[in-house]
Each structure stands twice: as C-alpha cells, then as structure tokens.
Design a protein around this ligand. Structure first.
Ligand code: PLP
Length: 407
C-alpha cells in the first residue's frame, strides 16, 4: 500500500494526533465530514489576519486581493472538475444549497404540471426533499429508481422510467450509506439518449473519484467543501452555461443584479446571478487550498489507496461474529455500513466511541434505504486516505469488544 507517504500525510492533519477519552483518535466518520490539513487552516488564518475584506465591491487594496483570491478559487474548482468555463462554477453553502438551487430554478423554468422528475432510492434526504418540494410547487410527479438487494441501481430499470414526460434525473454518484459507486457515464448516456439532463450529487464522490464533467457530459454537479478537506459553509454548483444562463435566479439581493430601479431589475450574468449577497469568501479560499492539497497527492493515488483499505476492512470486519454488510455492490467507495446480530447500531457506536473510535450510527439521512432493508439504521465506517490498516484493526478489535459486552 505504498501509494504515498502516509505518515507524512497524517502529520498534515493536526486533529489526527488528538486523543479521545485518553485513547488515540480513530476517525472513521469521513462521510459526515473530513478533517482539515494545516494548509487549509493556514489559508483561513492568513485570509482573516491579513486581507479580510468584502469582494467585488471595493476599489481598495484588500478588497481587490480578496476578490482575486475568491476568483482564483473559482478557477481552481473549474480546473479540478474540468469545467469548460469558470462562470459555470457557482459558489453555494454546500451540496444541500446547490440542490435546492437547481430544484427551484430548473423547476420554475422547465417543469409543467404532469412532468416527471426521476431520483433514485438511495438518495440522501437533500436529494429527495427539494425535488418533492419542486413537484409540489409545479404539479409534477416524482419517480423513484429502485435498487437491488445489494444496493445497486439496475440500469435496465432506468429505461422503464425515462419517458417524454421526464424533465430531469437527479442521482448520487456514490451512496453515503451503502458506498455504492453508480456508473455515472452510463447513466448520463442513457438519460441524454432520452433528452433528459442529469444532476449528479457528488457529495461523496468528489473526494474519492477523479471528476471530469466534460468527459462525462454532466449537466449539473454539486458538492460540499467540507467533505473534501475544506471548510464548512461552502459548496459548489457546476452547471453547463447553456442551462444556467437560461434559468431564473434562486435568490435576490446584492451582487446578483445588473441594474435595480423601482420599475424593475435586470440580473447579472453568470456566475453572479446565482450568488446573491456577500459570499463565503474564506470558505472559497479554504476550499481552494483543500483542492490544491488533494491535487498535490493525486486523486488516482487516493482512490487506489482507499480501495485497498476498503477491501482490507471488508475482510477484517467479517471476522466479527454476526456482522452483516448493508450495501454489497460490486463497486464501492470508502464506506462500509453494517449491523451485528441484533445489536442496536447506537449501542455499538457508543462503545466504539469510548474506545476513541468515531463512526456514525443511524439512518445517515437516508430513511428510504432503511425502509428498503427494514432496519432502524446501520453502523457506518467511512474512510479517508489518511486512515490506516492499524485503524481498521482498532475498529475491528473495538467491535469484538462491543460484541462481548453487549451479547
Ligand atoms: N448528498 C450526499 C450523498 C451526502 O452524503 C450529503 C451529506 O452527507 C449531502 C448530500 C448533503 O451535504 P451537505 O450537508 O454538506 O449539504
């Protein structure tokens, strides 16, 4: 597993040296949020201590410097996902905010009563509820692409769902609960063959899989900064300019206008028409530092390392008596969800916590997945490239202990 210098990488993340209840922290809740490298922390401190200022508004030195840094961040994101134009990158608060923007503005422009929107059964609540709201608002119908028992979306089923009434397909790239990696290229190709645009939720893909929106011909792509080692409160909406420039603004306010009078308002061009109000300048700068950090290591190397770690974890976890995986798709990324016998996931999670091991328990904002499997929740261990085999061993030892105590 010599993809990069793991000891050096771990030293880049100060929090990994913390102890919890006197035990070394084993952080396996990366699906919820990732830890931050010193480079990101430094970028935030430097911004606030030397050039904090509002952007796009001032002629003064600091404002220009902050504006330049924010716009450099936009180009950094553009390059990271290989978008064709920088104005196709919209800064938002996060994945949830980005999806709400698309659901609101796309639906307002293109969705009529009786039209259909397709989402999958494995979506995070943030890729369900905004579409339900859009359907309610526009009198449209939400269609659900069901999955198999192993947590795979059958491609043939998509053919049955797509119709001339379908206006958009919104689907996750990687399931935060099951770890399933969906075949985005094939999904987009099928949808496009039916003239249906695709919005890809990349919240759990951007940090694990190299992304090229042009090669994949993705119409909209959304993700959060905090899941890719950047700050909270910043996210990205990528949209093809042909779509975005035709969609009405999501929110009104400063920065998103060309002219305002009491007779009427004209809107700014992309990307600003979707960025009302003072943006999260520090967030954009921190995200830029995070993307540069990830690029310096290389997403290919990260993906290969995490794949090996996931396979190692699978074999080790199966030594725990009564453990069964929820989500056994052939293509998985960075996440194992499981249950052990009749033990409640919360009890298992609490006992792990006392051993310094951070996992997530519950429905992971995916209640329909829990309904599908008839379970109250799962224990979820989600990995990053800074995790080690030794940490997997600690998790497995912790689970053996939990089983002994709870059985
Ligand atoms: N989509 C997926 C697949 C997620 O895993 C998450 C967060 O866990 C979200 C959307 C929502 O992200 P955020 O809470 O950062 O807006």
């Amino acid at each position: 597993m010599q993809h990069f210098d793991i000891d050096k990488v771990r030293k880049d993340f100060p929090i990994l040296a913390e102890t919890v209840y006197g035990k070394p922290l084993v952080y396996l809740d990366n699906g919820a949020t990732t830890q931050k490298p010193q480079a990101v922390i430094d970028a935030l401190v430097t911004y606030y201590s030397s050039y904090n200022s509002n952007v796009h508004r001032g002629v003064h030195f600091l404002s220009q410097k902050a504006t330049d840094a924010e716009e450099a961040a936009r180009r950094g994101v553009q390059q990271f996902i290989n978008a064709a134009k920088e104005e196709e990158i919209i800064f938002t608060k996060g994945t949830t905010d980005s999806i709400n923007l698309v659901a609101f503005s796309f639906a307002k422009r293109y969705i009529q009563p009786g039209d259909e929107i397709i989402i999958s059964e494995m979506e995070h609540h943030s890729n369900i509820v905004p579409w339900q709201m859009a359907c309610e608002e526009r009198g449209a119908v939400l269609k659900v692409w069901r999955m198999d028992e192993n947590g795979t979306l059958p491609l043939a089923e998509l053919d049955n769902l797509l119709s001339e009434k379908t206006k958009i397909l919104a689907v996750t790239w990687v399931s935060n609960t099951l770890g399933t990696v969906n075949p985005i290229a094939e999904i987009v190709a099928k949808a496009h063959a039916a003239n249906v645009p695709v919005m890809v939720d990349a919240a759990q893909a951007i940090q694990h899989v190299p992304v090229d929106v042009q090669a994949l011909d993705i119409d909209f792509l959304v993700f959060s900064g905090h899941k890719i080692y950047g700050p909270t409160g910043i996210g990205i909406l990528y949209g093809k300019s042909a779509w975005l420039s035709d969609m009405p603004p999501y929110q009104g306010g400063g920065s998103m206008i060309k002219t305002v009078s009491f007779d009427g308002t004209t809107y700014a061009d992309l990307p600003f028409r979707f960025e009302a109000g003072t943006p999260n300048v520090s967030g954009a700068i921190g995200l830029h530092a995070a993307l540069q950090y990830v690029q310096a290591i290389g997403l290919d190397k990260i993906a290969a390392y995490e794949h090996e770690l996931l396979q190692y974890a699978e074999a080790q976890l199966l030594t725990v008596p009564g453990l069964r995986f929820i989500g056994t798709a052939p293509e998985k990324s960075a996440t194992h969800s499981f249950l052990i016998g009749n033990l409640h996931p919360f009890d298992v999670g609490e006992l792990l916590d006392k051993q310094g091991i951070a996992v997530r328990t519950g429905h992971h904002c995916c209640q329909p997945i829990m309904d599908k499997f008839g379970i109250p929740g799962t224990v979820r261990a989600s990995f990053s490239f800074y995790n080690t085999k030794a940490e997997v061993d600690a998790l497995v030892a912790g689970l053996h202990k939990a089983v002994a105590m709870l059985s």
